[in-house]
Write a protein of this length. Structure first.
Length: 165
């Protein structure tokens, strides 16, 4: 009799999540933020990690692209989403959105999608809304050039006084 559930979604340590990002070749690599309060989850198949969803506090005081009403106080960033094979990111995203995010105490979640590398379908098909565009500057630690990004949001991301969409 197998006592390990075939699939589970469990909180993991940052160090383990970063090892998985590197092993699976995430283009941004390990999550290394000095100001980051975060929580990280892994999708496990028979006890083995197959995907991660990692959430962090915003780097800047508010979301880029002119969304000044989304701040560190009311918004969390889904900062990394990665899997060992195609299709599993979508599963990890849905589990995170349905079961982790609602208990985090934030009104909204955002994620920056590299517009040059990804289509955005993972967020679009999960019901997220594209709320803006942004461009990052050169990373001071790695020297990596900035990228064009789309900003996706979930939850109550409207300006105060706006009607929810």
């Amino acid at each position: 009799m197998n006592l390990i559930p075939p699939v589970s979604f469990e909180q993991i340590e940052l160090e383990r999540a970063n090892q998985l990002l590197v092993a699976w070749g995430h283009r941004m690599g390990a999550l290394e933020r000095g100001n980051s309060a975060g929580v990280h989850y892994a999708l496990l198949h028979e006890g083995r990690p197959v995907a991660v969803a990692m959430a962090s506090s915003l780097i800047r005081e508010c979301v880029g692209g002119g969304n000044r009403h989304l701040t560190r106080e009311n918004c969390i960033e889904l900062s990394r989403l990665c899997a060992e094979r195609p299709g599993l990111c979508r599963v990890a995203l849905r589990l995170w959105r349905e079961f982790v995010f609602p208990n985090m105490g934030y009104a909204a979640a955002i994620s920056y999608q590299d517009a040059d590398l990804h289509s955005g379908n993972t967020y679009r098909f999960d019901g997220w809304t594209q709320i803006g565009r942004s461009r990052s500057g050169t990373d001071g630690r790695s020297g990596r050039k900035g990228r064009n990004k789309l900003i996706w949001a979930w939850g109550n991301f409207n300006r105060p006084g706006d009607q929810p969409q």
